[in-house]
Write a protein that binds this ligand. Structure first.
Ligand SMILES: NC(=O)c1ccc[n+]([C@@H]2O[C@H](COP(=O)([O-])OP(=O)(O)OC[C@H]3O[C@@H](n4cnc5c(N)ncnc54)[C@H](OP(=O)(O)O)[C@@H]3O)[C@@H](O)[C@H]2O)c1
Length: 328
């Protein structure tokens, strides 16, 4: 396992100056109880923040690191310096939530994150996923035996240079939908790793409501990461029920992922506001529910800035009604 990966008080001051004072420290609520009003607190970053049930506060505008690896999320990127620069822009903008996995590349994305950001500012929370691996054809087979899960967590720690992961999601289904079946055995392995101090907070990914309930009976679940966007609304009920429980919902493929979102309604609303359809898609998610945290993926600093700016866009009731029709 690597170093602690966190900065001393003196070093933190230096980094905070480097970050032009735009970071917020994480707010710990020892009671672990949060009212609706506490879901979003003040933050200078567009979109505000959300406090997980475990007391950790994340910016609602996060960043998904998957696009930093090479084509098809395999091998190194064409321009490693550009990847490093995107990550530094993400941090400089005050984003405190980066989503990654050691199977991106594999290992490539985490090593770029470490190169760009280590030692990490204490405001930054890295979330990862275990439960899959890459095969020689670039496929994403499951890797959910106890040994594979343990190794997955060790690999993340090693490549990120951390002693403990902030958030580990158990990835269960494929890319597009959950798969039936019990997750008791694999989630218990992650709960054990949490007891051992290697994981601070647990989440689940590509799961059904039934699987989330099964996990909650084993250990607290602070976030759920599923496929959801303006055109793929199969989790509408789940988003609302998780909001009622104070659990974060982190949609992956917020911009459509490997198949970019396209719709006349999206284009029409974007044209009215003078912004891109991507900005409207992200703004719609932010307005959809206060427990939605965004991790749009990009390999471009320009796109990152556009995505962050989308959080300043306010959609009217009429806009939302028009956009809601896309996903039904
Ligand atoms: N739990 C899971 O199983 C799972 C699965 C998939 C992904 N994820 C996570 O979710 C994150 C988001 O998903 P994603 O990256 O696959 O898909 P996404 O965020 O929906 O879309 C990424 C694509 O959109 C492009 N893009 C981003 N911003 C843009 C902009 N402003 N204008 C035009 N194009 C833009 C990117 O290209 P450029 O690089 O050219 O900007 C990239 O091709 C990932 O990074 C990963 O961390 C989790």
């Amino acid at each position: 396992m690597g170093h602690a990966g966190r900065l001393s008080h003196a070093s933190r001051s230096t980094v905070r100056r480097r970050l032009r004072g735009r970071h917020r420290s994480c707010d710990i609520d020892p009671s672990g109880v949060h009212s609706d009003e506490e879901f979003m607190s003040d933050s200078t970053i567009p979109g505000g923040t959300f406090t997980l049930l475990s007391g950790v506060t994340l910016t609602r505008m996060g960043y998904g690191a998957m696009q930093l690896a090479g084509p098809h999320v395999f091998g190194p990127p064409a321009d490693r310096e550009a990847a490093v620069a995107v990550l530094r822009d993400v941090i400089d903008a005050g984003v405190t939530h980066i989503d990654t996995s050691d199977y991106y590349g594999p290992h490539v994305t985490n090593r770029i994150i470490k190169e760009a950001l280590y030692p990490y500012p204490d405001s930054l929370h890295l979330a990862t996923k275990v439960g899959a691996r890459r095969d020689e054809n670039g496929g994403w087979p499951h890797a959910r035996t106890p040994d594979e899960l343990r190794q997955g967590v060790y690999d993340n720690l090693e490549n990120l240079g951390l002693d403990a992961m902030d958030i580990v999601n158990l990835r269960v289904g494929g890319f597009s939908r959950p798969e039936d079946g019990s997750i008791e055995e694999p989630f218990t392995v992650l709960a054990e790793l949490q007891q051992e101090g290697l994981i601070r907070h647990l989440g689940v990914s590509t799961v059904s409501a039934q699987q989330i309930a099964e996990a909650q009976a084993i250990a607290p679940v602070v976030c759920v990461q599923n496929f959801y966007n303006i055109a793929n609304r199969q989790d509408d009920e789940l988003v609302d029920s998780l909001a009622a429980q104070g659990i974060a919902y982190v949609p992956y493929f917020p911009l459509g992922g490997f198949t970019p979102l396209q719709s006349d309604a999206l284009g029409a609303v974007a044209a009215r506001h003078g912004v891109t359809p991507m900005a409207v898609a992200l703004a719609w998610l932010l307005q959809r529910s206060p427990n939605i945290l965004l991790i749009p993926g990009t390999s471009s600093s320009q796109h990152f800035r556009e995505n962050l700016a989308s959080a300043t866009l306010t959609l009217s009731r009429e806009d939302v009604a028009e956009l809601d029709a896309i996903g039904v």
